[in-house]
Design a protein around this ligand. Structure first.
Ligand SMILES: Cc1cc2nc3c(=O)[nH]c(=O)nc-3n(C[C@H](O)[C@H](O)[C@H](O)COP(=O)(O)OP(=O)(O)OC[C@H]3O[C@@H](n4cnc5c(N)ncnc54)[C@H](O)[C@@H]3O)c2cc1C
Length: 361
């Protein structure tokens, strides 16, 4: 058995595989592209403190120690993940970037060949993919972008407001939590503008009510069951009054404008001809699932997504995706990891064959 990715979803899956009796290294391994534990948390900007992190769910069976709210999540959560891997004796191999997964033959239960970037290949009967989205930032196309003389960056490359000090105007695109955080911080050092496709929905209560959370997850679940690419849940849950949102409001940075029509050398232009000169455009426009390495398996539907049945790829009982679509949150990743481990264990038992894992080369 191979798990790809050692973020929240992959570690939850690995933990539950162990609990079900699969032996680390003999029966399964976790391949992770990052140089150190922590999944995507190790790459988040240092301005994302624990106080800013909302609704973080700890890894299964491992309480998060009390942490000072002012500490950056990128420092404390990777330490917690590292201790988890160690204490639960999880067989993580890193850095290994999986470049492709293909089937040994057309037999629906054939072994899968998992190709690592170092040339090593793992041969496995089943696979849990937990590669998240961080490595696939999404930037929508707008006419004129290639002519822009200022700086353009995706929110994943944002390192903190210091880099915008002395900049004229910073335009932030996007209606999610990242956009709000960047606006809140940047408003202290530069003029900001905010554009979103749809008017943002501001919530009054700090926590997403359970029924709304469930509705958001159900919406994304429906999409992936139909083979459509998953969508962000924020469009359903709205923006809660997080510390970042309150700060952005205090700094008067939440005057949302509709999407511009095109980009010029020095700014952006709306359909009515109004132009704003800007120096920086930050695309806080989300991510796509990092699943390019699964392409040889031909799992994608015409709609562009992988049709899912729970955590299993509907077309292929050997493949599970966790942290994908409806389970792309820390709580969803925990649950999906467990569900996938249970399903894979059953699959391996029902299609009896010798060793679950073999390193081919
Ligand atoms: C800025 C930001 C803030 C967030 N804040 C919160 C929050 O406050 N509360 C909350 O609940 N959720 C939050 N989330 C969402 C939450 O972080 C994620 O849903 C969850 O942590 C993702 O876990 P994951 O295991 O799916 O992915 P990741 O943590 O991204 O882990 C994926 C792992 O897979 C590895 N990998 C990727 N590709 C390959 C490959 N080809 N081969 C081998 N390994 C590979 C990576 O190295 C990485 O270690 C936030 C997300 C972002 C972007």
């Amino acid at each position: 058995m191979v798990v790809i990715g050692a973020g929240q979803a992959g570690l939850s899956a690995a933990h539950h595989l162990r609990r079900r009796g699969l032996r680390p290294f003999d029966d399964f391994v976790v391949l992770d592209a990052d140089p150190a534990p922590g999944g995507a948390w190790q790459h988040r900007p240092s301005s994302l403190t624990m106080a800013m992190v909302h609704g973080f769910h700890e890894l299964p069976d491992s309480p998060l120690p009390p942490l000072a709210p002012q500490l950056p999540a990128r420092d404390v959560l990777p330490d917690y993940f590292a201790a988890y891997e160690r204490d639960h004796e999880l067989p993580v191999l890193r850095p290994v970037t999986v470049t492709s997964v293909r089937s040994e033959s057309a037999d629906p239960h054939a072994r899968l060949l998992v190709q690592g970037d170092g040339g090593r290949v793992w041969s496995t009967r089943a696979l849990i993919n937990a590669t998240g989205t961080w490595t696939r930032p999404f930037v929508p196309r707008y006419p004129g972008a290639e002519r822009f003389r200022g700086r353009m960056l995706h929110s994943s490359a944002y390192r903190g407001p210091e880099e915008f000090g002395g900049t004229g105007t910073v335009l932030v695109v996007g209606g999610g939590a990242s956009a709000v955080q960047i606006l809140a911080e940047t408003a202290a050092v530069a003029r900001t503008l905010w554009v979103t496709r749809r008017p943002p929905v501001f919530r009054d209560d700090p926590f997403v009510p359970e029924e709304l959370g469930r509705a958001a997850v159900a919406m994304v679940e429906e999409r992936v069951r139909a083979g459509l690419p998953p969508r962000s849940v924020v469009s359903v849950t709205g923006l809660p009054p997080s510390p970042a949102l309150l700060l952005a409001r205090e700094r008067d940075a939440l005057h949302r404008l509709p999407m511009f029509e095109h980009i010029t050398e020095h700014g952006v232009v709306w359909p009515d001809g109004h132009e704003e000169l800007v120096d920086v455009i930050v695309w806080a426009t989300g991510f796509r699932a990092a699943i390019g390495h699964l392409a040889p398996l031909g799992l994608r539907e015409a709609g562009g997504g992988i049709r899912m049945d729970g955590t299993q790829a509907a077309r292929d009982p050997r493949i599970h995706l966790v942290g994908y679509g409806p389970s792309a949150s820390t709580i969803g990743a925990n649950r999906a990891g467990r569900a996938a481990a249970v399903a894979v264990d059953r699959y391996l038992t029902s299609t009896a064959a010798p060793a679950a894992l073999a390193s081919a080369h």
